[in-house]
Design a protein around this ligand. Structure first.
Ligand code: 13P
Length: 249
């Protein structure tokens, strides 16, 4: 039985005030969800998040990391530093990093490995562009992105990775993949994984991301191979994010 994972990726949004609001809202009596719940705030809010979320069920995620432990990399943050701030998960391969910061499959692999080496669990983000979908390339693109990382990890490392399928055309557009479209890709990721390790494929958590919100979450999360969500815009609204967490069960 896979425990659902609901992760809020704030991207370059949010504020100290919003961190406090989430801390208070999730500390209230009466909130319950069977899901593991994460917020990925921008780096400067990590310490405030650690304080505000202690005593709640929210765990802390980061949005990226540098593959090195330390060194002359102005503006960058290492996994070791994130770990000191209580970070449990980190996104790697988000399409905004791939597209805007030219992070290719190799850099994504390096980041996943760096995270694992300091005990942080990577959430590997994959997804096709609209052109790739229209060109019938969805499965090839997604499985290439998955394989480039997963095929090269040790079995024990693979067990600590979650995969988020985020079709690029659905991110921030209000255009969600239909439950059938999302389910089809998730099933192919799980089948691919089963080639290496049947047991791991059954345990692997697959999240859907791309305009998931309080209205469409239940239907998406009801799909057999969708074990959670990676939520952008709707994770900035306390009530909507709570509602999504509750629709996970
Ligand atoms: P939206 O939910 O705003 O579409 O963003 C999805 C996303 O990119 C989460 O990482």
């Amino acid at each position: 039985m896979r425990k659902p994972l609901i992760a809020g990726n704030w991207k370059m949004n949010g504020s100290a005030e919003l961190i406090e609001a989430f801390g208070q809202a999730f500390a209230e009596d009466g909130f319950s969800s069977s899901a593991e719940i994460l917020i990925h705030p921008p780096f400067p809010y990590l310490e405030a998040a650690r304080r505000a979320f202690s005593g709640t069920c929210i765990e802390i995620g980061a949005q990226t990391l540098n593959p090195l432990h330390s060194g002359a990399r102005t503006g960058e943050v290492s996994g070791q530093m994130l770990r000191e701030f209580g970070v449990e998960y980190v996104l790697v391969g988000h399409s905004e990093r791939r597209q805007l910061y030219q992070e290719g499959d190799e850099q994504v692999y390096d980041r996943a490995l760096a995270a694992l080496s300091v005990g942080i669990k990577p959430i590997l983000c994959v997804g096709e562009t609209l052109e790739e979908r229209d060109g019938g390339q969805t499965e090839a693109v997604v499985l290439r992105q998955v394989g480039h990382v997963m095929a090269r990890l040790e079995p024990e490392q693979r067990r600590r990775v979650a995969i988020a399928y985020e079709p690029v055309w659905a991110i921030g557009t209000g255009r969600t993949a239909t439950p059938d479209q999302a389910q089809a890709v998730m099933a192919s990721i799980r089948r691919y994984q089963a080639q290496f390790d049947r047991e791991l494929a059954d345990e692997l958590r697959l999240l859907y991301g791309g305009s998931m919100n309080a209205s469409n979450a239940s239907e998406l999360l009801a799909q057999e191979d969708i074990d959670g969500g990676l939520i952008g815009g709707a994770s900035l609204k306390v009530d909507d994010f709570k509602a999504i967490c509750q629709s996970a069960g």
